[in-house]
Design a protein. Structure first.
Length: 253
């Protein structure tokens, strides 16, 4: 492969956004005003709202980092709650949505195009809170990301993350048959790469509980809470088979 897989994935996401991808539709003006009045919720995974106690009691003046969280959906809410927000994403289209909402609502936000497989461009202990929706399925190695998140959080800072548990990668397109083994890694399995339509799905990777949740613990975090979620649609959802985790962790003081 001559082009880096993360560059390919950025182009894939740009295409999804152009086609009206649900995770690329910016927050409306009405929803922004509602958030300023205390009426808001967020998701890290397809269907379940994040529990209220996963958030900080007060975001006024807090430094919030959206990791691979472009799209103009969550950062506007954090801004409406009084936070000083920074968002990093590798999709130009997702960052354009952030710029669009910020311009419309007349607020400042630090918008960075960056590849989360690289060291994060921030000093140690820069943030109070990290919001990381389901996105690390688009990168091969996740443990370095957890170490970087730990580094840039202040003592006592929190991170909440949405995580794919790998089930989606073992089933057929209609989700009725098991067709793949784990780990799912097209970079190391030529037969998978040959069958991929990267414009449709990008280059994705399964990750284990060891990599995702244990990886956060090994980075130094303490686990506060977690839950599971489904795809929100499809056969696995109909059978109530979880395909995602969400975690809330803290960097101990």
């Amino acid at each position: 492969m001559t082009e880096n897989y993360t560059d390919i994935n950025a182009k894939t996401v740009d295409g999804w956004v152009a086609d009206g991808w649900q995770w690329g539709v910016p927050l409306t003006h009405e929803a922004f005003l509602a958030a300023k009045n205390g009426d808001w919720e967020m998701v890290l995974t397809p269907t379940k709202p994040v529990p209220e106690n996963w958030f900080l009691p007060d975001f006024h003046g807090k430094k919030v980092f959206g990791l691979a969280a472009g799209g103009g959906q969550q950062m506007p809410i954090f801004t409406a709650l009084g936070a000083d927000c920074t968002v990093l994403d590798y999709s130009p289209a997702q960052l354009a949505s952030e710029e669009k909402v910020a311009a419309r609502e007349n607020y400042a936000i630090n918008i960075i195009r960056g590849d989360m497989t690289k060291p994060l461009p921030f000093a140690d202990e820069s943030f109070d809170f990290i919001f990381h929706p389901v996105a690390n399925c688009y990168v091969e190695e996740v443990k370095p990301i957890w170490r970087e998140c730990y580094r840039i959080l202040k003592p006592g800072g929190r991170m909440i993350a949405g995580l794919d548990n790998g089930v989606n990668y073992i089933v057929s397109e209609d989700e009725h048959r098991i067709v793949n083994s784990l780990p799912y890694n097209p970079l190391k399995q030529p037969e998978l790469m040959a069958a991929l339509d990267v414009a449709d799905s990008g280059i994705q990777f399964s990750h284990t509980l060891d990599e995702q949740i244990r990886g956060q613990l090994q980075a130094g975090f303490s686990l506060l809470d977690l839950y599971e979620d489904t795809n929100g649609e499809g056969y696995l959802h109909e059978l109530n088979i979880p395909s995602f985790w969400a975690t809330s962790v803290v960097k101990n003081k």
